[in-house]
Design a protein. Sequence first.
Length: 232
Amino acid sequence: MERSEIRRLVAVEDTHWWYRERRAILRAQLRRLGRPGRALDIGAAGGGNTRVLAEAGWAATAADTSPEAVESARERGLDAVRADARALPFLTGSMDLVTAFDVLEHIREDDLVAAEIARVLAPGGHALIAVPCDMALWSAHDEAVGHVRRYDRDTLTVVVEKAGLTVERVWSWNVLLRPLVAVHRRRSEGSDLRRLPFLVNAGLSAVVKAERWLPVRSLKGVTLFLRARLRR
């Protein structure tokens, strides 16, 4: 992610509907994992998700290739290191949880990233991964933010399982807004990341929150989430 995009993300992520609801999804998943341990947040940018981990009791470290991202995370009081996701500077089996939200799609060697996630996880540890889905949604936004690909359920599952992880669940997110996103992306000329008017942000937030209760997670969305485990 470019320096300007990181600055933009840090400025809007606390209030932007997309990032707020993703943090809610992360909190819900953490409650399923039980007792906190040591966590690594790969591609942490400004550390929004790392803060969620820390607030939930995890000993969390933010990792990002960008020095600006690491600096932003440290300014928020987080433990942060500069690291390449293809060669993580952490001991084998040292993590109980690895999160990688919007990481794999930026790296051509996504198999190396998945292998590193598996390597640093302790037996029984979990990985939580989020990626943009469906190449039919490819647009100027993807190019502006440095995406290499978008995934479907099969391609994401294959790369994770080849790394030695057992996939527990894959589900779609941002299903209800997919038609709107598809239309918007066809007209897009760059990154979608910007501060929105209050009413627009509130309306989009209300729609995506409805997915917490509606049976839509098996349908096509804009994002795929995956939870996997390294078996004991």
